[in-house]
Design a protein around this ligand. Structure first.
Ligand code: CA
Length: 209
């Protein structure tokens, strides 16, 4: 089942373009044209992410965000801010938003952020099981400790991030680009050889041969 994105935005044209592009990427969408309806849908429909405009009728985006967090919701929230105003961004993050995008935004960037924020949330939820065992390896997500047949394995931060990412997506095969995007961050335009080298070092440390 596709991940569900709730769009809370009062400009119908922006709603339509977001809906079109998100659906094309395989997401399901829900829409609200005012803050109060947005809050209601976020509470009752359990979306995987909320795209939240700031200037909305009925209730503004900051208030919607604050109300969701006070109610204990941990849904990823990306604020859509109309102005370049630094206070808007800071205020949005203070009310509990995870990220913000300034209008007018590039669709490519918006989609990348949606994906990254949903991914981060999925990994955090997986991390609630604090020790994960795969074969001879045991990875403690809380303490960052890795052991192989009981003996500690020393990993660098990136090797650890990579291992954690891979074991939380069991059975999946990732391209270099996907690893770069998810382990090194979506906005890191680095050398793909970084991925190869880290994968190789990690394998040397955790595999028998
Ligand atoms: Ca608006």
């Amino acid at each position: 089942m596709g991940k569900r994105v709730l769009i809370v935005e009062d400009e119908q044209a922006i709603v339509e373009i977001l809906k079109f592009n998100l659906r094309k990427e395989g997401y399901e969408t829900l829409e609200a044209l005012d803050g109060r309806t947005g809050l209601e849908l976020a509470r009752t429909q359990d979306p995987d992410l909320v795209l939240l405009d700031v200037m909305l009728p009925e209730m503004n985006g900051f208030d919607v965000c604050g109300a969701l967090r006070r109610g204990g919701s941990e849904v990823p929230i990306i604020m859509l801010t109309a102005r370049e105003g630094e206070e808007d961004k800071v205020f949005g993050l203070e009310t509990g938003a995870d990220d913000y995008i300034t209008k007018p935004f590039s669709m490519r960037e918006l989609l990348a952020r949606v994906k990254a924020n949903i991914r981060r949330r999925t990994i955090d939820m997986g991390a609630q099981r604090s020790v994960i065992s795969v074969g001879d390896l045991a990875v403690n997500i809380d303490s960052y400790g890795v052991t192989k047949r009981g003996a500690p394995v020393e990993l660098t931060q990136k090797e650890y991030d990579l291992l954690r990412f891979l074991i939380l997506s069991p059975g999946k095969v990732f391209s270099r680009e996907e690893l770069m995007e998810n382990v090194w961050n979506y906005d890191y335009f680095g050398d793909m050889r970084t991925v190869d080298v880290t994968v190789r070092r990690l394998r040397e440390k955790i595999e028998d041969d």
